[in-house]
Write a protein that binds this ligand. Sequence first.
Ligand SMILES: C[S@@+](CC[C@H](N)C(=O)[O-])C[C@H]1O[C@@H](n2cnc3c(N)ncnc32)[C@H](O)[C@@H]1O
Length: 413
Amino acid sequence: MKGISPETIAYACKGGVERVAGWLEDGAMSIALVIDDIQRRHGIHGGTAEIGVHHGKFFILLASLLRDGERGVAVDVFEDQEFNLDLSGNGNQKIFEANLRRHLGDRRQVDILKADSLELSTADVVSRAGHIRIFSVDGCHTRQHTFNDITKASEALASGGVIMVDDIFNTEWRGVLEGTLDALAQTVELAPIITGHNKLVLCRSSDLAMYVQELGEALQRTGIHSPALDAPETTRIGTHEVMTLELPCPGDLLMERVVSLPTGSSVETAINLHSGFSVAESWGVWTDGSEAALTIEVGNIDHCADYRFRVYADAYYSKRSSKGQVANFFVNGDYAGTAYFNEQIARPYRQFSVPGSSLRSGKNEVLVHVERPTSPASEGVSDDPRKLGLALRRIEIYRRLVPDEWYHRRATR
Ligand SMILES: C[S@@+](CC[C@H](N)C(=O)[O-])C[C@H]1O[C@@H](n2cnc3c(N)ncnc32)[C@H](O)[C@@H]1O
């Protein structure tokens, strides 16, 4: 994810968001970051906006995504709570402004609009920030408000922009789903892209195919493993089947690929297969026996950073037992992780965290310990006598741009 600002990293990945009261899952921030990344790659420009900012928990993230020349609009009734018909949250302009200053400094790229969203006009937003590329709807949760807010957001939407609707499946706020269905039925232009982390992301129907394809590629680039992409779960929203996307925290998205090394015979690679491998084939190579050793050349290692090893592999295992195959990975003598293979787990790759302190600039030794090497001949499957374990296709190494520490601290609190 290139071009992400220091303000976004400080807010989303290093604890800023923790200091702002409100309602926001880590994964929802990740969805916004992935959408922003796709928009950057497609040259999609525009402002960011939210109806219902409360103390700014999500809006500050959206404002941190603003690029040069872009502006944000924050809409809330704030102290005029008589317009907050369902008492969802309780906006406070002073606290909101203080939070904005605290996390984004004096970057005055934001206009604050104290208004009841039913009285808001599209021009109120567009005259302040131009058309909007990410518009969050999280104000009053009645059916009427949700319909109104999505409709106005869609009128203010930039070409290629998205609307993120909060509380879509919250059973306490059924009006959100009802109002969204009304908007989808009446605003023919809109289509849902994904749901996840309490959000529904909508775009213009003409942009749907682009977003669905780009989401897969964006996640691939970030180096995260998303089970949702291997076996997408879907939810029905009106006439639409919508993919559910569960994402890790934003820090896990910020990874840079350091090396990507195929193991097949048809390519020159910086992987050296030493022992315990069969002859390389065009697709990759089989381990043969219980231990296989290889070395990987990596350029400059940052010993303070965290790295991820991503291993693309399938496995051979006895069809007579239900145990599947298990492989333990060691990097420069340190245990890195265990990969499990069985009929229930269908994933293109397995991923392990490796601290930079365990890696070397130059040659790195990787040892694979296969727990149940099995020969197809002994199983009567074929006359192949090799003791097969992993079918290794590719190894990739990623550097994590934001250290894990903050998440570790938070998890153990
Ligand atoms: C659930 S909170 C929003 C949470 C916020 N997005 C966050 O990140 O924590 C709902 C907000 O909508 C505001 N609100 C309620 N009714 C509204 C209306 N009719 N027009 C504009 N804002 C409204 C409330 O004051 C409150 O701040």
